[in-house]
Ligand binder design. Structure first.
Ligand code: PFF
Length: 444
């Protein structure tokens, strides 16, 4: 049974799939606006420190657990830790499941924006407002649910094809495409008149805006962006070969994830500033502000189409990444075939996503002031993901220490000069920092 586990076709394929999971809504939608909000380059500097210390260390830990366990998250923790440690596997599974349920809703909105960019978006935005366009979408129950359904159908289709011929093949094609579109968009945005103001706004550091709150925001963003502690890294890691070098692959993924986040800011801020829109507007940036900006630009329609396609590629490869831990659970724990697992899990995730798709309609009540989507995001990313990350660190740092050392050094065959630093981060620094993050960031 063990020998039959699927594997990535190549290290490049794994890199594209893992980068595909990491690079998502978080990079294109959330990173630029929180960077703008918390002091531009000041935020960036702090963010870089977090991703290349804690983020990288936990990613290495998680992938190692997956490769050593050669199973889904629950199976891997059961095998390597047993007993109560299995719960950590469950936490990862639940995180992936719940994040996917609402992430697929937001990904669905992008399909609408791509289609609408070809047809009436620019006119609608010119004659009405981009805010009204967005609200009429998210308060329309049929549209929201159907769009989420389309996303889940794509996810199920890719998952059925399998790790190498489904996920890997798709990401190997889409990720380079994303990069090319992004570079084209940057080329255009930086040559717009007045774009330099946007670059200044984005990159001139303002340390007074960072503060403790900005630091927490940076840390939470780093974990979300790197797809940490929510099953994907562990499950994708379980398809790595024994001789693949985790410690060489992980920095590459972290680097590209951070690069794309940084570069999408270089599209968004100069574009906004070129038409005089101040971009620190929060979550509405990509769905509300940007269409309004595109409508004011020459060739705005082309720009809008390219931007939303880019946004879609980023989102769908993350959807695929979030679905795999869920499908793998069905295959490894419930012994379902890949096809059955993908279909059954797809239906379940879709069902849980419906309240998120309807979150802004009157059909779903608010939960202590948050809509269902926001509440789900808060419970998982504010609480469950940090808790899981702390437990992963404690597990590799204190419990499965020898096994983890063998795994990250490929049984001593790979020199890992920074091993003591990595171990110290997992043992002490990351659990402390994450606890502080949890206590301060986890307020409703
Ligand atoms: N990293 C993705 C993003 O930045 O949008 C989101 C994500 C994907 C989170 C996969 C967690 C995960 F397991």
């Amino acid at each position: 049974m063990e020998g039959k586990r699927e594997q990535w076709g190549s290290q490049f394929g794994f890199l594209m799939a893992m980068a595909g999971s990491a690079i998502g809504l978080g990079n294109i939608w959330r990173f630029p606006y929180i960077a703008g909000q918390y002091g531009g380059a000041a935020f960036l500097v702090f963010y870089l420190i977090v991703v290349f210390t804690f983020g990288l260390s936990i990613a290495i830990a998680e992938w190692s657990i997956g490769r050593a366990g050669r199973s889904d998250s629950v199976g891997s923790f059961k095998k390597l830790g047993g007993g109560l440690w299995t719960i950590v596997g469950w936490f990862s599974f639940v995180s992936a499941f719940v994040i996917l349920s609402y992430y697929s809703v937001v990904a669905g909105w992008i399909i609408y924006y791509i289609k609408y960019s070809f047809t009436g978006l620019m006119d609608a935005v010119c004659h009405g407002s981009s805010e009204a366009t967005f609200w009429s979408l998210i308060t329309n129950p049929v549209k929201s649910v159907m769009l989420q359904l389309i996303i889940m159908l794509i996810a199920v289709g890719v998952a059925i094809k399998g790790v190498s011929s489904g996920i890997e093949k798709m990401c190997k094609f889409l990720m380079p495409a994303l990069f090319v579109i992004l570079l084209m968009l940057i080329g255009r945005s930086l040559t717009l008149p007045g774009s330099f103001e946007g670059v200044k706004f984005y990159l001139v550091p303002d340390f007074s805006k960072l503060g403790l709150e900005g630091m927490f925001a940076a840390s939470a963003q780093a974990f979300f962006s790197l797809s940490i502690a929510s099953g994907t890294g562990l499950t994708y890691g379980s398809y790595l070969r024994k001789d693949d070098k985790i410690i060489k692959l992980a920095p590459i993924v972290v680097f590209f994830d951070t690069l794309i986040a940084f570069l999408s800011g270089l599209v968004i801020f100069p574009t906004c500033m070129s038409v005089g829109v101040v971009p620190d507007v929060g979550p509405g940036l990509t769905f509300i502000t940007l269409p309004g900006v595109f409508a004011k630009m020459h060739f705005g329609r082309m720009f809008a189409i390219a931007f939303f396609i880019l946004f879609f590629i980023a989102a769908i490869t993350s959807v695929i990444g979030l679905f795999e831990p869920v499908v793998a659970y069905g295959v490894d724990q419930m012994k379902l075939s890949r096809k059955t697992s993908a279909i059954v899990m797809g239906i379940l995730v879709f069902a849980l996503g419906v309240p998120s798709a309807l979150a802004e309609t009157s059909l779903i009540p608010k939960i202590f002031g948050k809509n269902f989507l926001e509440a789900a995001d808060f419970v998982i990313n504010g609480w469950l993901v940090p808790i899981t990350a702390i437990l992963i660190c404690i597990f590799v740092g204190w419990v499965w220490t020898k096994g983890a050392k063998d795994e990250v050094t490929n049984e001593g065959k790979v020199r890992f000069k920074l091993y003591p630093v990595w171990l110290f981060i997992c043992r002490v620094i990351a659990p402390i920092m994450l606890t502080v993050l949890l206590i301060n960031g986890g307020k409703w």
